[in-house]
Design a protein around this ligand. Structure first.
Ligand code: AP5
Ligand code: MG
Length: 204
């Protein structure tokens, strides 16, 4: 089964994707994570992506689509889980031209909790593990021991722009996938374990 994870910034896509990857043996493809790897390595794609990400804007579709096409090629016959892609109807149409999407799982959360979740998030520079700052006793990753830092686009003014971009460009994908009969809404307001249990009901 090939899955798209939808949800606003901070809805918990990455948190659930890590669990789903392990439980359902899916290849997790996060465009945000791929861009962050490029930024760390200071590649051409990374330098271009940085100029958009730091403003909370989407990286241009042609650049984004190239990295997704190459990640899907690498996945081969493995089932995949797309996290953060597609993000507008143009990207969704491009994806439809390439592969069949069996389910689009929309993690539904109240907009009111998102700013705190995102601004409080710390991410491991090495393995990508994320956690809210209130659950960490220091800045060391509980999974791999490397440093946990705040993402450059997790500051409050950038978060406002990301949420606006989400409303304008990404939220319409809920209707896009509903019209194709593959949309499933999951309540994302519970604990990460409760949300994962909801996803389990959908995926079995
Ligand atoms: P991306 O990395 O995809 O970020 P995002 O979609 O904005 O979403 P986040 O990663 O911020 O949130 P999440 O839903 O993964 O939540 P998480 O699980 O971490 O994209 C970043 C940027 O890259 C974009 O702005 C854009 O510029 C560019 N980009 C990426 N893809 C692109 C594309 N397709 N096209 C163009 N540009 C693209 O959780 C958040 C926090 O909440 C954490 O602290 C976590 O611990 C906590 N939390 C999670 N679940 C719960 C819960 N159930 N209860 C309480 N706290 C929770
Ligand atoms: Mg994420």
């Amino acid at each position: 089964m090939n899955i798209v994870l939808l949800g606003a910034p901070g809805a918990g896509k990455g948190t659930q994707a890590l669990r789903m990857e392990e439980r359902y043996k899916l290849r997790h493809i996060s465009t945000g994570d791929i861009f962050r790897q490029h930024m760390r390595r200071q590649t051409e794609v990374g330098n271009l992506a940085r100029s958009y990400i730091k403003k909370g804007q989407l990286v241009p579709d042609d650049v984004t689509f190239k990295i997704v096409a190459s990640a899907l090629e690498e996945a081969g016959n493995e089932n995949f889980l797309l996290d953060g892609f597609p993000r507008n109807t143009n990207q969704a149409a491009m994806l439809d031209g390439l592969v069949k999407i069996d389910k689009a799982i929309n993690i539904d959360v109240d907009m009111s909790v998102l700013t705190d979740r995102i601004c409080g998030r710390r991410s491991c520079i090495e393995c990508g593990y994320t956690a809210h700052v209130s659950t960490l006793s220091d800045s060391v990753c509980p999974k791999c021991g490397c440093e946990m830092v705040q993402r450059m686009d997790d500051r409050e003014d950038t978060v406002r722009d990301r949420l606006r971009v989400y409303e304008e460009q990404t939220a319409p994908l809920i209707e896009y996938y509903r019209a194709r009969g593959v949309l499933v809404n999951v309540n994302g307001m519970g604990s990460p374990e409760e949300v994962f249990a909801e996803i389990g009901k959908v995926l079995g």
